[in-house]
Design a protein around this ligand. Structure first.
Ligand SMILES: [Zn+2]
Ligand SMILES: [Zn+2]
Length: 276
């Protein structure tokens, strides 16, 4: 019997916070991780989770990556993901999936670190491929499949950049990850009734005190607690996990309270290193 775990590696946003790495989730099937996004601190969280025996896998197992969009809080950890596990002994190339532009971004990172790579390949017993990635652009539909998981993408609405939501279907769980997005018509139908819905969110209550220009931005590209509660009522996930939370000073318990005001299903606010 397979066992699927959702590991929260980073629950943060572009606003650096003391106790949150920026975006990174792992869906681990039988202890093999499929990483979604790689913001700052995500590789360090894998080291930390392994050291604390929260996970059995380690950085060298990070060889499958799905990127929701190219904002820095979801991608600034990519150099870390390419090079640190390589130093730890990773031999496999990473299979990376994401929006158009991901390949350019990774090619530029490889260029930027060419001095490091050349020295390391010359002076150390390093694998010739462990720092490389094979990048494929994602379109809506089935984007990846193997004996453990099928991964489906749906176009998200995150302003003027290509962005995706992902659905992971494993032998024992279905997990839907919104990525950064405002509510998209068709999302609920596409999501089905997952065991876990991991959804970005901002506080509707705190939104009122934001400057008008930021209100315009957030309502155009993100999802409020009111909107998410409506979505959850339609989807009825086994568990709703709030992540990429824009608290704007609010306590997590109060953010959950905003959802509970109109949604009765199970809901939690994610913290780094939570496992579901
Ligand atoms: Zn973000
Ligand atoms: Zn974003």
């Amino acid at each position: 019997m397979s066992r699927t775990q959702l590991v929260v590696l980073g629950s943060g946003t572009p606003n650096a916070e003391a106790d949150r790495a920026s975006s990174g989730l792992a869906i681990a099937v039988d202890d093999l991780p499929y990483l979604v996004d790689c913001g700052h601190g995500v590789v360090q969280r894998v080291v930390q989770a392994n050291a604390a025996s929260i996970i059995k896998w380690s950085t060298v197992d990070l060889t499958r990556l799905f990127v929701t969009h190219l904002h820095a809080d979801h991608t600034v950890g990519l150099p870390d993901l390419l090079f640190t596990p390589w130093i730890h002994g990773r031999e496999e190339r990473t299979a990376a999936y994401g929006p158009r532009g991901l390949k350019d971004m990774i090619d530029h990172i490889q260029d930027a670190y060419r001095v490091n790579t050349r020295e390391h390949l010359g002076a150390h017993p390093a694998s010739p491929g462990g720092f490389l990635a094979d990048v494929k652009s994602v379109q809506a539909g089935l984007v990846y499949g193997d004996e453990r998981v099928q991964v489906y993408a749906l176009g998200a609405d995150h302003g003027d950049m290509e962005a995706f939501s992902y659905k992971f279907v494993t032998p024992d769980k279905t997990i839907v990850i919104s990525g950064d997005t405002k509510p998209v018509s068709g999302f609920a139908d596409w999501a089905g009734t997952p065991d876990i819905l991991v959804h970005e969110v901002y506080s509707s209550a705190q939104f009122a005190s934001r400057p008008p220009s930021w209100q315009a931005y957030h309502s155009r590209v993100h999802t409020s607690t009111e909107e998410l509660a409506d979505l959850a009522k339609e989807i009825r996930p086994g568990l709703l996990v709030l992540y990429h939370q824009l608290f704007w000073g609010m306590a997590a318990v109060d953010l959950v309270g905003e959802i509970r005001a109109s949604y009765a299903g199970p809901v939690v606010s994610a913290n780094d290193l939570d496992v579901f």
